[in-house]
Ligand binder design. Structure first.
Ligand code: KIV
Ligand code: NA
Length: 272
C-alpha cells in the first residue's frame, strides 16, 4: 500500500480481514508502526501515558494538536485519527465542529474520534455533513469516568440493549467505525453483527472487525497499572530501567565514557 487509507476504505473493511491499530503520541513510535497498522490513533490516553495525569479529563486541544503533528510526521501509509479531548465537543455540534476542524487542519488527521453513543449522534451527523469523518467510541468511555463510577465493564445484563442502541445510533449518524471498549465478548460479537460499520475492539472480542491497544501498554512502557484486556508483547520499561541503572553504575565507576567514546587531539581523527 502506498498511501494512507481513507475513512471509506476503513469502513469497507467491515467483515474482511481484521483492522490493525495502535495509539501513538510521538514521531519515532509512529514511524515504527506505520507499515503494520491500518490506522494510528493519537489517543487522549496521552495524558495518562506520557504526561502523568490521573485521567484523560485534563487533556487539552493544545496537547492533542502537538502530539497529532508529531505523529503525522512519522506516518506515510497508515491513516491518522485524533481524539477530541474532554470538553471540546460535548456542548454543541457547533463547538464540536469548531474544534474538530482545528484538529483536522492543524494536524492533517484523516478523522477525529469522540466518545458517546445515542447522545452524540446529532453531533456526529453534524460533523460528517461538514466534511469531518468521525470514529465513535462507546462502552467504557474514560472521559465519563466520574459519571460511570469507575473503569468497569460496560453493557452487562440490562445495559446491553443501551449499548446496542448506541452502536446503531453512531452508525446511522455516519460514523465510519466504532471503538468498543471493555464490553463482554458476546455483546461485542452481537454489536459487530448488528452494525454495518467496523467495530474496533479494546477489551471486547477477537470477533470485532479490528483491534486497538495503547502502545505504551502493549510494549510494557506504561506500568502504573495493567487492565485485564492489555497483552504485553514486550517489557521495554524494564529494559529501559536496567539500561539507566547500568549507565549510572558505569558513570560512578568512571567506566563510561571509555576510549571509543572520547576524542583525541590529533587532526587525523574523526571530527564527529
Ligand atoms: O485514548 C485512547 O488511547 C483511546 C483508545 C484506547 C481507543 O481512546
Ligand atoms: Na481516548
Amino acid at each position: 500500500r502506498k498511501s494512507a487509507p481513507l475513512p471509506d476504505d476503513i469502513r469497507a473493511r467491515k467483515g474482511a480481514t481484521p483492522l490493525v491499530s495502535l495509539t501513538a503520541y510521538t514521531t519515532p513510535m509512529a514511524e515504527l508502526m506505520d507499515s503494520h497498522c491500518d490506522f494510528v490513533l493519537v489517543g487522549d490516553s496521552v495524558g495518562m501515558v506520557l504526561h502523568g495525569l490521573p485521567s484523560t479529563l485534563g487533556v487539552t486541544m493544545e496537547m492533542m494538536i502537538l502530539h497529532g503533528k508529531a505523529v503525522k510526521r512519522g506516518l506515510r501509509q497508515a491513516m491518522m485519527v485524533v481524539d477530541m479531548p474532554f470538553g471540546s465537543y460535548e456542548e454543541s455540534p457547533e463547538q464540536a465542529f469548531r474544534n474538530a476542524a482545528r484538529l483536522m487542519s492543524e494536524t492533517e488527521a484523516g478523522a477525529v474520534k469522540l466518545e458517546g453513543g445515542v447522545g452524540m449522534a446529532d453531533t456526529i451527523a453534524f460533523l460528517v455533513a461538514r466534511g469531518i469523518p468521525v470514529m465513535a467510541h462507546i462502552g467504557l468511555t474514560p472521559q465519563s469516568i466520574n459519571t460511570l463510577g469507575g473503569y468497569k465493564v460496560q453493557g452487562r445484563g440490562d445495559a446491553a440493549a443501551q449499548l446496542i442502541a448506541d452502536a446503531e445510533a453512531v452508525s446511522e449518524a455516519g460514523a465510519f467505525a466504532v471503538v468498543l471498549e471493555k464490553v463482554p465478548e458476546t455483546l461485542a460479537n452481537e454489536i459487530t453483527a448488528a452494525v454495518p460499520i467496523p467495530t474496533i475492539g479494546i477489551g471486547a472480542s477477537a470477533g470485532c472487525d479490528g483491534q486497538i491497544l495503547v502502545v505504551d501498554d502493549m510494549l510494557g512502557l506504561f506500568t502504573r497499572f495493567k487492565p485485564k484486556f492489555v497483552k504485553r508483547y514486550a517489557t521495554l520499561g524494564q529494559q529501559a530501567e536496567a539500561a539507566v541503572a547500568a549507565y549510572a553504575d558505569e558513570v560512578r565507576r568512571r567506566a563510561f565514557p571509555s576510549a571509543e567514546h572520547v576524542f583525541g587531539d590529533s587532526a587525523q581523527e574523526p571530527k564527529s
